[in-house]
Design a protein. Structure first.
Length: 181
C-alpha cells in the first residue's frame, strides 16, 4: 500500500514538473517554442558551427485585425499562422513566437534557394488561408518575411537585425512579400 501511494505521489510530481517545463518553454497561445528557448537553441547551433537561415515573419496590418475583429479573434489568427508555419517547415526546423505578431523560423542544412522557397510557401499559405471566427466571421491576413543566413563570423544579434531589416523592406515594398538577403 505504501509503495502504491509513493508511486502515485511520484507520478503526480512528474506530471507537475512536465507541466512546468511546457509552460516555461512554450508560448501559451500558439504552443510554439518561446523566444528564450529559441535563443538557447540558436546558441547550440552556433556552438556546433552549423549554418542556418533565419526567417522572420510579421503579420501585415495585424493591429487592424485586432481593432476590427477584437483581440480574441486576433489570437485565433496568431494560432492559425503558427499552424501554417509548422505545416510548411520540416520537423527538425525551429519555429518560435518572437513577440506580438512576429514569428521566427530557423532552417539548418538548406541552401539559400530552399530557404527562400520555404518562406514563399509560408507566405502563399498564409495569403490563401481564411480564418473563421467563433461567430462565423472570415478573416484574411498576409505576412511579410525577411530571410537571411547566419554567417559564422556574425554575432546572433547582427543576423536578427539583418532579418528584421529585410522584413521591413518587404513591408516598404508593399507587404505580403518575401525579401532575401
Amino acid at each position: 500500500m505504501f509503495a502504491s501511494v509513493s508511486l502515485w505521489l511520484q507520478l503526480g510530481q512528474l506530471a507537475m514538473l512536465m507541466k512546468l517545463y511546457r509552460e516555461s518553454t512554450l508560448d501559451p497561445l500558439t504552443g510554439l517554442t518561446n523566444r528564450r528557448v529559441l535563443m538557447k537553441r540558436l546558441d547550440k547551433e552556433i556552438a556546433q558551427a552549423n549554418a542556418f537561415f533565419i526567417l522572420m515573419f510579421d503579420l501585415d496590418k495585424f493591429k487592424r485585425v485586432n481593432d476590427t475583429y477584437g483581440h480574441l479573434n486576433g489570437d485565433l489568427v496568431l494560432v492559425a499562422m503558427a499552424n501554417i508555419i509548422k505545416k510548411e517547415i520540416r520537423a527538425k526546423d525551429i519555429v518560435a513566437r518572437f513577440g506580438g505578431e512576429e514569428f521566427v523560423a530557423v532552417l539548418s542544412g538548406v541552401s539559400a534557394d530552399e530557404a527562400a522557397l520555404t518562406a514563399e510557401r509560408i507566405r502563399a499559405s498564409c495569403e490563401a488561408a481564411t480564418i473563421t471566427t467563433n461567430n462565423g466571421l472570415s478573416i484574411k491576413v498576409t505576412t511579410s518575411i525577411g530571410v537571411t543566413m547566419h554567417q559564422l563570423s556574425d554575432v546572433l544579434e547582427i543576423t536578427f537585425n539583418r532579418a528584421d531589416e529585410l522584413l521591413y523592406q518587404a513591408k516598404r515594398e508593399g507587404r505580403n512579400k518575401v525579401v532575401c538577403g
